[in-house]
Design a protein around this ligand. Sequence first.
Ligand code: UDP
Ligand code: MG
Length: 316
Amino acid sequence: MDISVVIPLYNEAESLPELTAWIDRVMTDNGFTYEVIMVDDGSTDNSWQVIQDLAKDNPSIHGISFRRNYGKSPALNTGFARAQGDVVITMDADLQDSPDEIPELYRMITAEGYDLVSGWKKKRYDPLSKTIPTKLFNATARRVSGIKNLHDFNCGLKAYRKEVVKHIEVYGDMHRYIPYLAKNAGFSRIGEKVVHHQARKYGTTKFGLDRFVNGYLDLATLWFTSRFGAKPMHFFGLLGSLMFVIGLIAVMVIGFGKLWDMAHGNPYILVTDSPYFYLSLTMMILGSMLFLTGFIGELIVRNSPSRNHYEVKETL
Ligand code: UDP
Ligand code: MG
């Protein structure tokens, strides 16, 4: 099979007939063999009924229905597990992404050798409250992930070589950083294609402004786990030791300073009357705690079943 289209959806009943008809038209025109995997993320409208009806008329349409709403990432991950096409395409269900982009995305993966091609909604049809923070968000994501050529990490329209989706795990809200996940799994040929974007035709957006707060927290998590996930002591140990040593030196300066003044008959105060004494003490305590966190982190890693899991590309 050439292409699997994975579509996560939550309350998108009105869009589905139009979307599947459009996908089918593009696939037939280009002679692709394909499957569509609709992942109904616990919709409370009649999306699942619509999917069942569509599947009756078109054997290429498959569906998975969650018992409750889990989120876009779990939906994508479940669709990825089932996908069988050589190229896997993800797109949103709300008709904001155009199926007309599929042939070119497919070509970029198969002919140009990309592992992942991400859409770039260069001209966006979303409210300003969304587009401006998005610019900032993408700039940060580029820096932290080191994937410098992407402008739109969170674009729902993406194409993958099949191995990629079988080797990454999208969980929580990590769908925003799939290129980063792919890079961490060793798939570094990541490309971008400018795609058409439309205003939402039916239904409403499922994400509010909290996406930006959560997005940054998730980015921090990914940065930390990808760099120190297997060796937390290198992070906490360094930070803890630095803080402890600075605190220790400061305490010694305060203590010896007082002794010096006493010995030379200068006026002096009790060390406990100096605010610096308490600051130094706090630094030493926090430093020790960070260091111990490192030890605990190492104990946790030692027990992780994936501590010796590596992505092997080839063996001979
Ligand atoms: N979605 C989902 N589960 C959720 C929220 C959203 O499967 O809990 C789907 C949604 O139905 C759509 C896609 O994720 O197909 C993108 O959502 P949306 O269009 O609301 O995001 P936006 O375009 O506003 O960023
Ligand atoms: Mg949308």
